[in-house]
Structure formats: C-alpha cells, structure tokens
Design a binder for this molecule. Sequence first.
Ligand SMILES: NC(=O)c1ccc[n+]([C@@H]2O[C@H](COP(=O)([O-])OP(=O)(O)OC[C@H]3O[C@@H](n4cnc5c(N)ncnc54)[C@H](OP(=O)(O)O)[C@@H]3O)[C@@H](O)[C@H]2O)c1
Length: 302
Amino acid sequence: MSATNAPAPVTVIGLGPMGQAMAAALLRAGHPVTTWNRTPGRAGELVSAGATLAPTPAAAVASGELVILSLTDYPAMYDILGPIAEDSRRPGLLAGKVLVNLSSDTPEASREAAVWAAKHGAAFVTGGVMVPAPAVGTPDAYVFYSGPKDVFEAHEPALRVIGEPRYLGGDPGLAQLFYQAHLDVFLTTLSSLLHATALVTAAGVPAADFLPGALDTVTDIRAMIGDGRELADALEAGEHSGHLSTALMMGATADHILRTSATAGVDVELPKAVKSHYDRAIAAGRGTQNWTALYEVIKARS
Ligand SMILES: NC(=O)c1ccc[n+]([C@@H]2O[C@H](COP(=O)([O-])OP(=O)(O)OC[C@H]3O[C@@H](n4cnc5c(N)ncnc54)[C@H](OP(=O)(O)O)[C@@H]3O)[C@@H](O)[C@H]2O)c1
C-alpha cells in the first residue's frame, strides 16, 4: 500500500495459468496491474478485467516498483529481463525495482538471481506458490518467501493478495528449498498413488475400488508420525528406537511390493528405489532399528 493506502501498482510478467491467476487476484483487490507475456494473446481476459498489457518487457517493468515474475523457470526471467538489464542505450531500467520471482527453479538459481539483480540495482525476493492456480487468492493459498526482509515487508500487502505469505529468512534460496522439499513429498506421493493404482488395475480391480482407500492411507500417515515435531527431533538426534516398524520388517514389505510389481508387469523403478533405502539401512546394521533409520542412508552425501 502507498501512504494513501491505495493498492500499489503491480507488474506481472508471465501469463501461464499461475500468472493469470495472480494478476486476476490483484485486479480484484484493486491493484493497478500491468502485464507482459511472450504470447500476448494470453492477456485477453485480464485486459478485459482492467489490466494494462505492456508492449514490451521494458514498458512493463517501467510501470511500477514491484515486478512479479511467474515463468516456467529462471532462464525465462533472463530471456525477458536480460536484454533490459544489458541495454546500454537505456541503462538503469532495473534500478530500484523489486523483482519477486515466483517461478520454480533450484535454490542455487535463486541465489544467483539475487546477485544478478543486485548487480543491476534491483532487489530480489524469491517465492514458491504452494497451491494450484485456481486456489490463488483464496484463503487456502500460501506462498513461501525469502530474501531481504525489509523489501518483503514493504510489499507484503500486495503479496498477501496472492496467498498467505510465509517468510522464511534472508537467504534467497530458502523459499525455493522449501518449495522443492514440499514438492518432493507431493510428487513422490502422486507417483506412488499412480503406481499402486496400476498394480491393482493390472489384477483387474477397478481403480475406483482402490483409490479412495489409498487416499486414507496418505492422510493416516499423520496418525502414525504425529505433527512432525517428534519425528523431526528423532531425525535430528539420530535416534531410531522402536520395535513396531523396524527397517527389517518394512524392508520385507518393500521387497514384496517390488516383486508384486514385477509379476504384474508394471513399472518397478519406484518400488526399486524404496527397497534400496531399506536394503542399505539393513546392510549398515540398522535392520532392527525403527524405519526412520533410513534417514541415515538418505541424508548421506555422495
Ligand atoms: N500451475 C500451477 O498450478 C503451479 C503451482 C505452483 C507453482 N507453479 C509454478 O509457477 C510457475 C508458472 O506456472 P504456470 O503453470 O503458469 O506455467 P506455464 O504454463 O509453464 O507458464 C509459464 C509462463 O512462462 C512463460 N515463458 C516460459 N519460458 C519463457 C521464455 N523463455 N521466455 C519468455 N517467457 C517464457 C510462458 O510464456 P508463453 O505464454 O509465451 O508460453 C508463460 O507465460 C512455474 O514455475 C510453476 O512451477 C505453478
């Protein structure tokens, strides 16, 4: 917000489903929105809703201090902003801008981007949007942020429109680290659901007979490990006591899943990877420890 409390102007670069949802939410909240997209046709609905479509990335950036990027990855940001930053005829176009990159990439890419932005006089905030595009701007939405705290706080009112901001700290890599770690859980779970469905349908069982119960298994994990704090303490302490779910017992099950998959003729790469964690924990003498002992194998740096 400005001193008059009027919603601040926001530039949104990138109009995939996510960028479109962000720009639409900002417009609904009363922010003047300027946008640019490589494929201008994607701006149609937003322009009808009141957004300004800038003719060039330079014009989009020039229209305000806060520039939100929603692109496939960070190289796309350099493709768009690189020529502006390096334009010797019009130096300083990025100076004083706040670049908030909500695109997915690695934490290292975010750190490098912060250095690149600083070289051109811009501040850089990293973000990771934790909901699908249709949930942007709803109470379910939340977004991880990291980067300079004062800069984040100055633009927090506009960023809050996209979703609840969860600020993690000054390291620009943190937001992408959290984003990737959450997506690690998410993508692996999605693959396991598809794999398990393939397993039962290979036996002629309709997917609908299986999937609702499988989703119960996903949510029941909370009942098994609690809210995560106890597990976190145990993992940090290297404490793997417990005899109810040992690596040996769970490893035998991992082997059964792999063999069942092979017999069914479905893809075996995921169960192979899981079994390998158990095999290596058992080989390291941790078979009689709790299943959490796999952490020692997984966290080992190669
Ligand atoms: N969609 C989701 O549910 C979701 C959820 C959480 C996070 N995210 C993250 O949000 C980001 C955007 O997602 P999205 O679904 O909107 O992605 P998308 O459909 O891949 O859209 C990507 C945007 O990037 C632009 N782009 C890609 N490469 C470019 C390049 N080299 N030069 C210029 N523009 C380029 C595209 O322009 P064109 O229109 O010209 O192709 C488009 O505007 C991604 O990093 C994604 O991981 C998405």
